[in-house]
Write a protein that binds this ligand. Structure first.
Ligand code: Z5A
Length: 214
């Protein structure tokens, strides 16, 4: 990967895998390098997109159709990409996002069974040429992920899905990584947090040409 002004990094994985915790390790590291960045998340990241997130995660007011869910995810993303991600990258700030479009392939595609071609069409409409420079996929078995997620209390609409749903989501993430090894790196999230963190920093150094003492 070539050095450039600002990188777009995404963090993915099933629920409870440790994305938020490990984004903290990335920012801690970037701080030591004096790199300017923003941290954001999907669905969400802007006021409007956060409202769409609430609609997506809340208890069903009525059953949500697969197409509605897909379009809501991409509506939030369209706002996020145009009003936050692209301007930040243009301003030279790195963007670290807790989930992005791989989550749509994994959850709506792998989990719900939405046609991949439909997701791709929306992806190209909403993102145009924008693709993450690096995607870190934290891999964990769904049972452990669920146990970790349950520690946080009330489960949202996605977290109440069956373990088989998350097994399909996990497999889709692994397939994505296999198909795109230049962009994606898998880290074993069942390891101790300190080991996950050290793997993560190694990946940043190797993939993004950051010198630890430079
Ligand atoms: N969704 C979708 O369907 N389609 C899309 O396109 C997008 C999203 C973008 C919300 O996402 C939902 O949106 C998501 C998919 C759907 N639903 N699910 N499930 P979210 O990212 O906000 O929700 P989440 O996956 O549940 O993430 P989370 O709750 O923020 O979990 P996390 O960030 O991966 O984990 P964490 O909070 O960092 O860690 C969880 C606990 O585990 C915590 O107590 C940590 O201290 C502990 N932990 C973390 N790492 C370790 C290790 N290594 N060992 C031991 N304990 C650990």
């Amino acid at each position: 990967m070539q050095n450039k002004r600002a990188y777009f990094i995404t963090m993915e994985g099933i629920e409870g895998v440790g994305k938020s915790t490990n984004i903290g390790s990335i920012t801690e590291y970037l701080d030591t390098k004096g790199i300017e960045y923003i941290v954001t998340r999907e669905p969400g990241g802007t006021r409007l997109a956060e409202k769409i997130r609430e609609l997506l995660l809340e208890d069903e007011v009525e059953p949500v159709t697969e197409l509605t869910e897909l379009l809501l995810v991409f509506a939030a993303r369209a706002q996020h990409v145009e009003t936050l991600i692209k301007p930040a990258l243009m301003a030279g700030k790195w963007v670290i996002s807790d989930r992005f479009t791989d989550a749509t392939f994994a959850y709506q595609g792998g989990g719900r069974g939405v046609d991949r071609g439909t997701i791709k069409q929306l992806q190209s409409m909403v993102q145009d040429e924008l693709t993450p420079d690096l995607t870190i996929i934290l891999d964990l078995d769904p049972q452990t992920g669920m146990q970790r997620a349950m520690k946080r209390g009330k489960l949202d609409r996605f977290e109440r899905e069956e373990l088989e749903f998350f097994a399909r989501v996990r497999q889709t993430y692994l397939d994505i990584a296999m198909a795109d090894p230049r962009r994606c790196v898998i880290i074993d999230a069942s390891q101790k947090l300190e080991t996950v963190k050290s793997d993560l920093i190694d990946v940043l150094k190797q993939r993004l040409n950051i010198k630890i003492d430079g």
